[in-house]
Design a protein around this ligand. Structure first.
Ligand code: LLP
Length: 427
């Protein structure tokens, strides 16, 4: 489903005019489509039905409570990577028995929090982490379920920063070491070897890397199943890519499922999946307003009120995001779409054919539903954007725009500086 379409040259988010939302809530503004999220979830579950997976939405992709709740309402589980994400999950009523906890650097506090809440399992990245989980579980007089993450050493052919299953990456344990690691961890007090995990990277557009990785895991699963009576889960991670350009080839859930389901069924294990981007990426846009059109002898710049602090993907990964005019017109101009931040790395689109715009016009940056707002910051002391959820013809503000007061609220002015405070107070 494409939730963002034109009606008589005006861009709509489902049944609501984007311009109206921008007027009401201001810019920069993230707008999400609840029906896009639901439909992506349903398409994936339908395609994967043969493997009956527990689909754990990867909260890191977009952790807004309204987004997480949308997936909980579809019966999803959750994939989390921090105590903060666990807190968010529980706050919106997630069932801990459908939560899996990943990440290379879990602290004792985070581990104990998750054990107390009795999550489904930890995906474990190293032997020292297994030892730490064992200690925490012992202290709490509980048993912790773990699934070691395998690093299958396959190239997912994605950006190097989001490739995670090659041997030089910090993630997982190599396949050769896996059985030994499980035997050792299985002998620790209060640890149950519950399964195996893999996640080879993100924005993967071909099925082969998943296939190669799974083939490497199948034998390990067979030997672990024999050794550990509680061994029953195979977590195949996330990583299914989406279309950022209209002409980009797609990895459809149908092809993904057709290729992988026979392989995973052979293992006889319960399947867990951790999709993030696939579920939310194309269900969000970032709306911004043109501030200035600037020409220099070499280039044209369209300066907008959203910067790398709002959407860092172009600066960090050279990521491509389509840019649409909220009120469509014909013609394009060649140039850079840039933000207000004091860095040349602050751009949303570089050397691109952009819609013809003038000061105050609205632009919509596409495919901003995943790793958009969640990676935003207050750099340059810019309050973070508001977020709105659209469902049919209804729109709801699901995160208020930050105020200047919000961004300084954690800072402490010491006694010596009270003069400063009183001057601010008078303003
Ligand atoms: N499971 C684990 C263990 C992960 O590390 C990730 C993403 C996922 C699942 C979800 O992956 P997805 O289905 O979304 O590909 N900020 C980057 C993406 C980083 C992905 C980190 N891990 C970007 O904007 O492209």
């Amino acid at each position: 489903m494409n939730a963002f379409t034109y009606r008589k040259n005006n861009l709509y988010a489902e049944g609501v005019a984007v311009s109206r939302l921008a007027e009401t809530y201001g810019t920069p503004l993230y707008i999400y489509s609840r029906n896009h999220f639901r439909e992506q979830y349903r398409v994936l579950s339908k395609a994967m039905a043969g493997a009956r997976p527990l689909i754990c939405y990867s909260v890191k992709a977009n952790s807004n409570a309204a987004v997480v709740k949308t997936f909980l309402d579809e019966n999803a589980g959750l994939d989390i990577v921090s105590g903060g994400e666990l807190f968010r999950a529980l706050r919106v009523g997630a069932d801990p028995s459908k939560i899996v906890f990943a990440g290379v650097g879990k602290t004792r506090d985070e581990i104990e929090y998750a054990i107390r809440e009795n999550i489904l399992f930890f995906t474990v990245e190293s032997e020292p982490e297994a030892a730490r989980i064992s200690e925490c579980a012992k202290k709490l007089r509980r048993k912790a379920r773990i699934a070691f993450r395998v690093n299958p050493d396959v190239d997912p052919r994605t950006h190097k920063y989001i490739s995670t299953g090659k041997k030089e990456n910090k993630f997982g344990l190599d396949a050769e070491r896996m059985v030994k690691a499980c035997e050792w961890a299985g002998s620790l007090p209060n640890i149950e070897i519950a399964g195996l995990h893999m996640h080879i990277g993100s924005q993967i557009l071909s099925v082969q890397p998943f296939c190669h990785a799974l083939e490497k895991l199948t034998n390990i699963c067979t030997s672990l199943k024999k050794r550990f009576p509680a061994f029953r889960y195979l977590d195949i991670g996330g990583g299914i890519g989406i279309r950022y350009r209209p002409d980009q080839p797609e990895l459809t859930p149908e092809l993904y499922a057709k290729t992988l389901v026979p392989l995973i069924k052979k293992t006889g294990l319960s399947i867990v999946m951790e999709p993030g981007r696939f579920l939310v990426g194309n269900g969000g846009i970032l709306v911004c307003r043109v501030q200035y059109i600037k020409d220099n002898p070499f280039k044209k710049f369209v300066v907008v009120d959203a910067g790398m602090n709002d959407l860092i993907r172009p600066s960090l990964y050279d990521a491509h995001h389509e840019v649409l005019a909220v009120t469509r017109n014909s013609g394009t101009i060649r140039g850079d779409l840039v933000g207000p931040i004091c860095e040349s790395g602050d751009f949303i689109a570089k050397d691109r054919n952009l819609p013809v715009v003038k000061e105050n016009d609205l632009l919509a940056v596409q495919s901003a539903g995943a790793y958009g707002f969640v990676m935003s910051s207050n750099y340059n002391s810019r309050p973070r954007a508001a977020e709105v959820m659209v469902d049919g013809t209804r729109s709801t503000l699901v995160r208020k725009r930050e105020t200047m007061k919000d961004i300084v609220s954690g800072e402490i002015i010491t006694a010596k500086q009270t003069g400063i405070r009183s001057r601010i107070g008078r303003k």
